[in-house]
Design a protein around this ligand. Structure first.
Ligand code: G1P
Length: 291
């Protein structure tokens, strides 16, 4: 049995404008873009559920209400499918309906950065530990990425981040770790810098969009101090907790796709399609024509 408070809550920042995917995101939230046939947000919710999360908070913005509707029952559709004996379609819909009362949404009224988005969920978080999942990042793995972090959290408590090695020239795209003890799987976090210049980056180990955080982060976020890009950075607030709570990075097992980027998004389509028994052969066939 773990002596740490069990992780039951997760926050999903989904207020971004999705400008990189215009015009598709003109009237549709970026998080509703599908990889194969499932919206990005559903990948994040499924991964959270598999890790034992029971309470979900979407940090949304204007024009993002369809994300909330998505997790509700769709009575007319379900009724029509029942009358037409479409049991397989009804089964496909099941994971998109959450337990009654388990999903809440708060609005981030102004886009002041990821740290500000998380701070908007402070009442939901209360004093509990919580996970953060950025739906732009999807991870293909046999054990869900967040579940891998939970396994570590249950041993160490404190803050746990999913981390991944990147080429040095990309350090200015991510939060980067300064590393202490490192056993190849678990790394001790000694420092954190948001999007450092490759010449100044303390390592090439980057944060990907999966975090387990203690509630004390909120008092640092509440100061709304601006960092890189003039935004309130989650990375800066996390850096203030180093030395106060256990703080670890986990080299998770799996492959991450950056679906906030067009090439990453297209790669995810292919990778997830090739992983599907009903699609792999067809996709492999047509891919041959392009290579
Ligand atoms: C955010 C975080 C960054 C992290 C990244 C992971 O950056 O600020 O520390 O490495 O997500 O995807 P963004 O991608 O929002 O610029």
């Amino acid at each position: 049995m773990s002596q740490h408070v069990p992780l039951r809550k997760a926050v999903f920042p989904v207020a971004g404008l999705g400008t990189r995917f215009l015009p598709a995101t003109k009237v549709m939230p970026k998080e509703m873009l599908p990889v194969v046939d499932k919206p990005l947000i559903q990948y994040a919710i499924d991964e959270a559920r598999a890790a034992g999360i029971e309470e979900f908070c979407l940090v949304t913005g204007r024009g993002k209400d369809s994300l909330i509707d998505y997790f509700d029952t769709a009575y007319e559709l379900e009724d029509t499918l029942k009358k037409r004996d479409k049991a397989e379609c009804l089964d496909i819909l099941k994971p998109s309906v959450v337990e009654p009362g388990s999903l809440v949404a708060v609005r981030q009224q102004v886009p002041l950065g990821l740290g500000h988005a998380i701070w908007c969920a402070r009442d939901f978080v209360g004093n509990d530990p919580f996970a953060v999942l950025l739906p732009d990042d999807i991870v293909q793995s046999s054990v869900g990425c967040l579940q891998q972090l939970v396994a570590v959290y249950n041993q160490t408590g404190g803050n746990v981040l999913a981390v991944s090695e990147i080429p040095r020239e990309h350090t200015n795209r991510y939060g980067i770790l300064d590393i202490g003890a490192d056993d190849g799987h678990l790394v001790e976090v000694k420092g954190l810098v948001e999007k450092p210049d490759p010449k100044e980056a303390p390592s090439c180990l980057s944060i990907i969009g999966r975090y387990i955080l203690t509630a004390d982060i909120m008092s640092h976020l509440a100061k709304l101090e601006r960092g890189t890009g003039g935004e309130v950075q989650l990375t800066d607030a996390m850096a203030k907790l180093i030395g106060k709570v256990p703080f670890h990075g986990v080299r998770y097992k799996g492959r991450r796709y950056d679906c906030g980027d067009k090439v990453g998004f297209l790669e995810a389509q292919i990778a997830f399609a090739l992983d599907r028994a009903d699609l792999a052969d067809g996709v492999r066939q047509f891919l041959k024509q392009y290579i």
